[in-house]
Write a protein that binds this ligand. Structure first.
Ligand code: SF4
Ligand code: ZN
Length: 306
């Protein structure tokens, strides 16, 4: 029997990055302690706060919602789970069933916002168009926009998403390779809010690895959807594979990279570019029309051509 490095009970998880083996209880406590640390640093999780939780049906958001619901019995915030349905048949509709099951088990109501309702088309229709962009390029921008719209509709004070340390490291590397220093300066634990235009967004799982969300769900019997999106492709996939390979040979690299991301963000001057109000949707934008509205117009033109 392999013993837990912390308490001597039977270990069920081996952590390559620090050489520890942990039993069920010590692993769960470690995972939750790291979430608590992120919440403390972020400071929004308090009595009466309205917190929108982005839920996808996948392991990260399932772990996040479950941890927040557990902590919330003492905190007394209002948790508002929101699922963005991008209109990917055979994927999101299945994940949604799991998300509904999870919310029901936590006695929370799931709010669903769909691309088809908001834009008049889903990602499956967009994917069939003759566009130079891949599906993720549209989807990422629109999901961010939809979550912000939901936050405004639901009067949320904060939005939390299930981005983990793997995601933080990937984004950091992608921004470095694109030389996007202004994005780097905005990509820490929090994406700052702009009053009336953008509800602040936080990543409470930023100190846990993706693999650890899955283990946490397994150990706590939390339902999550295992299938993957059929459109998953592009730059991020290459970076993710690369980082998995590096982590396999040099354990601890992912944490080192995500920490580097936070350090670099702190050291960079904050992004002082002017924030505009989108003339079409009224949310924050870096120019007269926000990216979500520009892409929606671009798709409208492609539909007419088709
Ligand atoms: Fe959207 Fe791409 Fe994620 Fe699929 S993989 S849900 S298309 S961002
Ligand atoms: Zn807009």
């Amino acid at each position: 029997m392999v013993e837990c490095s912390l308490c001597g009970r039977e270990a069920v998880v081996e952590l390559n990055y620090n050489g520890f083996s942990l039993c069920e209880g010590c692993f769960v406590r470690q995972f939750e302690r790291r979430v608590r640390k992120a919440l403390r640093l972020a400071g929004f999780f308090k009595r009466g706060a309205r917190v929108l939780v982005g839920v996808s049906g996948g392991k990260d958001s399932a772990a996040l919602l479950s941890v927040l619901a557990k902590f919330n019995s003492r905190v007394g915030a209002v948790l508002l789970p929101v699922l963005v349905d991008e209109g990917i048949d055979g994927y999101r509709n299945k994940a949604r069933v799991t998300a509904e099951k999870l919310c029901a088990s936590l006695d929370l109501e799931l709010n669903v916002y769909s691309f088809r309702d908001l834009f008049g088309f889903g990602l499956d229709e967009v994917e069939g168009l003759d566009s130079a962009r891949d599906a993720c390029a549209f989807c990422g921008v629109w999901r961010r926009w939809v979550l912000n719209k939901a936050a405004v509709d639901l009067h949320a004070d904060a939005v939390v998403v299930g981005h983990n340390a793997d995601d933080v490291g990937q984004s950091f590397l992608m921004n470095l390779l694109r030389n996007s220093s202004s994005v780097l300066s905005r990509s820490g634990l929090e994406s700052g809010g702009v009053k009336g235009l953008f509800v602040p967004r936080f990543k409470p799982l930023a100190f846990n690895l993706e693999r650890e969300s899955a283990i946490y769900c397994f150990l706590r019997d939390i339902p999550f959807y295992l299938g993957g999106c059929p459109y998953y492709a592009g730059f991020r996939v290459g970076i993710k594979d690369f980082l998995n390979e590096v982590e396999g040979v040099y354990p601890g690299s992912k944490f080192a990279l995500s920490k580097a991301s936070f350090e670099v963000q702190k050291a960079l001057p904050s992004d002082k570019r002017r924030v505009f109000k989108c003339s079409k949707c009224g949310f924050s934008s870096s120019s007269d029309v926000c990216m979500a509205c520009s892409l929606r117009d671009e798709v409208g033109v492609l539909f007419k051509k088709g």
